[in-house]
Design a protein around this ligand. Sequence first.
Ligand code: ARG
Length: 463
Amino acid sequence: MNKKPWSGRFQEATNKAVELFTVSVSYDKRLYSYDIQGSMAHCRMLAKVGLMSQEESQQILSGLQEIKTEIETGEFVFRPELEDIHMNIEARLLEKIGPVGGKLHTARSRNDQVLLDLRLYLRDEIQQLIKAVISLQEALIAQGRRHLGVIIPGYTHLQRAQPVLFSHHLLAYFEMFQRDKERLRECLRRVNVCPLGAGALSGSTLPIDRTMVAKELKFPAITKNSLDTVSDRDFCLEFLSSASILSMHFSRMSEELILWSTSEFSFIDLPDAFCTGSSLMPQKKNPDVPELVRGKTGRIYGHLMGLLTVMKSLPLTYNRDLQEDKEAVFDVVDTLRLICSVLTPLWIKVTIKPESMAKAAGDEMMLATDLADYLVRKGVPFRDSHHIIGQAVNYCLKQQKKFSELSLEQWQKFSVDFSKDMMTLFSAKASVEAKKSLGGTATIRVQEVLEEAERSLEQESDA
Ligand code: ARG
């Protein structure tokens, strides 16, 4: 058994069950490259301030480089009895270069080290995630562009409400993802702060240069309070909460994909390659992909709740409970990556069915508000016009007639303010095109927003 770096004050070996209970290397090994990158910056700083010689630092740096290669080629043996990735790497360094390796942990604790690793990791992952969201937005915008002019019913309470452009509907998701990226970038600002140098909890007696380490690792800022540094997991919580909102958007979108692909709606056809069959019913083609996206949202919220609960009663500063942060963050990163890897190609390949959409959008009852607005333009107070059209709706439902099937004379029985020009109102297209208010569904408005969206995505992918 490898001796633990902290074994000096102990007389008994660690209980086996305790080793299994406390181990984290099984999952925190994914931080290895950040751990090595951080150790290298720390080592250079130690040499610079005179806490080790240049030769010693060279030895350590090449030892770390070799360890990185060993890990990447699968040669490295991870030892659970060494608890975590930090002690595994340090023990291997000592094996390789001897006692001089013991200088690396000068003025450092695993408490600030693990935070450095996690912050470096999350910094990369958040940037990747933003890119994945941009790709999904590009797929949505491409569909919006291709089907500009296609009309669907807009819903409230899942009841047909007013006709809208299909592209307008897609752009609603675009907006949600714009906010998600904003939240992630805001979170990134607080992830991107260098914790190294806080030590176990109170700083260091040694003449370390925290600014140098931060610069080398491209952190624009360093943490200001050592106690807060080692006990803070707000940056993880902020990531989990931004991720939860993002996955809620993925889930709502998935719900619509599921609904739209039913025979009842029949607005879209999901690509065969993204569906599964039934082992019993030969005719089935099931929307398992959006269903799983919807389902996985639960585990993402769960991790947010889990970590909030871990944090709620922790006294300052570091407590081992905090080790529970990593699996939550890792699982959310993995889950979101998986979701993006299926949702984007699904949106690229989905078949839109404009005829069925148009058929549903042709339901004239959805024009009732336009008729009420017509009377408003003739000077009728809205509350009165609402009532008048309500009576016309009631009449049509009873007589099983469409609005367009009533003659002008019949309309005039409901209100003398109706005249011939009202007959142009009876189409979904007229209704959509009349919604020219900013943010409305008229083609010219949607076109402007589409162009703006395309421009902003272009800028983002260039950046
Ligand atoms: N594996 C630990 C974690 O993830 C690293 C820090 C351990 N520190 C300690 N004093 N036991 O939090």
